[in-house]
Design a protein around this ligand. Sequence first.
Ligand SMILES: [Zn+2]
Length: 248
Amino acid sequence: MANYHPADELLMQFAAGQLTNALGIQTACHLESCQQCQHKVRLYEQLGGDLIDISTPTEVDSGAKSRLLTNLHKLRADSAETSATSSNAATGNTATDNTFANNTGAIEDLDELYKKQLSGANQRLPRPLRRFLPDYYENLPWSGFSKSIQSYDLPFSDDQYTARFYKIAAGSELPQHTHRGNEFTLVMSGSFSDLSGDYNPGDFVLADSSTHHQPRAHEKEDCICFAVTDAPLKMTGFFGRMLNPFLK
Ligand SMILES: [Zn+2]
């Protein structure tokens, strides 16, 4: 069971559907194994419902509903047309053959695609990640400048946040670093420690520009972390500073 949890503000934003994909999926992964935070999210959802119940309705003109429906139908028709055009233009082995890359199409198609992705996904992965990962952690195409720390870019970064897995090799220590912005870290497997504590699967940690740390993976296995950052890491030790130009 997790010892470190997302802040209440983050859980509130999750309940209100306000988080972007990167932070939303990361929070959903923590929730999958944390009953304590699930309970809070249910309360916040209930609170949101109560707020709607007690709010005063505003009069809208009688044509508003039909205009909304017309716009929704038009959006859906445009989306189906775009999907058909891109399929026709495609030749040979293209992204349309890749169930992890093709995310356009009508709602019915997306539902089918979603089911196909889930049925082919590795069941050991947390449910919120299953449709986005081609394989379990050990078989992902990791990349990096050193064996001690490797990364895998997750396909749902957005304008504000970068979502990435980091793999710290068993027993390895990262160069000392701080953060230019916020870094939300969720431990997926293995464990690591720094001066502020020991972090195990399910633990959710926030580091910011006031955090100077040097995480070290425990000896017995590699540590896989799901990191969401709004700015790159900034290495502060001697060797770390030499690595700064290589960081994305
Ligand atoms: Zn929790």
